[in-house]
Design a protein around this ligand. Structure first.
Ligand code: L34
Length: 246
């Protein structure tokens, strides 16, 4: 909804990924002033449509829309973002169908890099419902020792310095600097901050961080594309599950 330029880029990337994979997709670009009622009506229609297996409302939504109401309206079976409370609960329990795309992408990067999470000190900076909280849970499921830090955390540097695996998801450009990172740590940068000159910058100051990290993700070209890959994975899974259930 609306015309957030970042959302435009992300949604276009998602549509492109669908095309490349042969996943049928529909976009409903609703104007900024669309009512919540209208949005909910559309979601209900899509919930019932048999040829639609996944539904995603790109966030953020305009201020007059209650994000929670919208998320709750999506059928948990089609909730490829895994934002619905039913899916959030399943993630907490550890028996889940869908994994939220960004944290799932982070886990995939860790796995593909041959990094074992078991017993490692994992520090997640940021506690959003979309990234920080589910990220901590996924790391915990892999037997990491997880600390969640946020804006009220005291002595943040002391905490981040402990991390074998550091995930930055605060949304503040260059917030994590090299001096906050332990030698040899794995640093994963979830932040995508658009600077005045249009340049994309992560939450990690790459130049100082790469000198101490054993592995680090860039922005752009790091977690962002993984988010999209995981959305595709969830969508295929949704289709399989729905065909088995129907
Ligand atoms: N409902 N809302 C819902 N689901 C999501 O999973 C998202 N998210 C976040 C914002 N709102 C959402 C995304 O899709 C962030 N996000 C996202 C998706 C794709 C990319 C970044 C964030 C991405 O493609 N990043 C590219 C560069 C993009 C650019 O040029 O701006 C990269 O290389 O990081």
């Amino acid at each position: 909804m609306g015309d957030d330029p970042a959302s435009r880029v992300y949604v276009n990337n998602k549509k492109k990924a669908c095309e490349e994979l042969g996943i049928y997709s529909e976009e409903y670009a609703l104007s900024e002033d669309t009512s919540e009622e209208e949005l909910l009506k559309l979601i209900h229609t899509l919930n019932e449509k048999r040829d639609i297996n996944g539904i995603l409302v790109q966030l953020p939504v305009p201020k007059h829309i209650n994000e929670e109401t919208v998320i709750n309206a999506i059928s948990p079976k089609k909730d490829v973002d895994a934002f619905h409370p039913v899916n959030v609960g399943k993630i907490m329990v550890g028996n889940f169908d869908f994994v939220p795309c960004t944290p799932a992408g982070v886990m995939e990067l860790i796995k593909e890099s041959g990094i074992d999470v078991r017993g490692k000190e994992c520090v997640v900076v940021g506690r959003s419902n979309i990234v920080g909280k589910p990220q901590a849970m996924l790391l915990l499921h892999q037997n990491g020792t997880v600390t969640i830090c946020h804006s009220k955390t005291k002595n943040l540097k002391e905490k981040t310095k402990q991390a074998d695996i550091l995930v930055a998801a605060v949304g503040i450009p260059n917030f994590i600097t090299g001096d906050m990172i332990k030698e040899g740590a794995v640093v994963i940068d979830v932040g995508i901050n658009r600077m005045a000159d249009k340049k994309l910058v992560g939450d990690v100051e790459f130049e100082s961080a790469e000198k101490v990290a054993s592995a680090i993700t860039p922005v752009p070209g790091g977690v962002g594309p993984m988010t999209i890959a995981m959305l595709m994975k969830n969508t295929v899974k949704a289709a399989i599950l729905q065909h088995e259930l129907n």
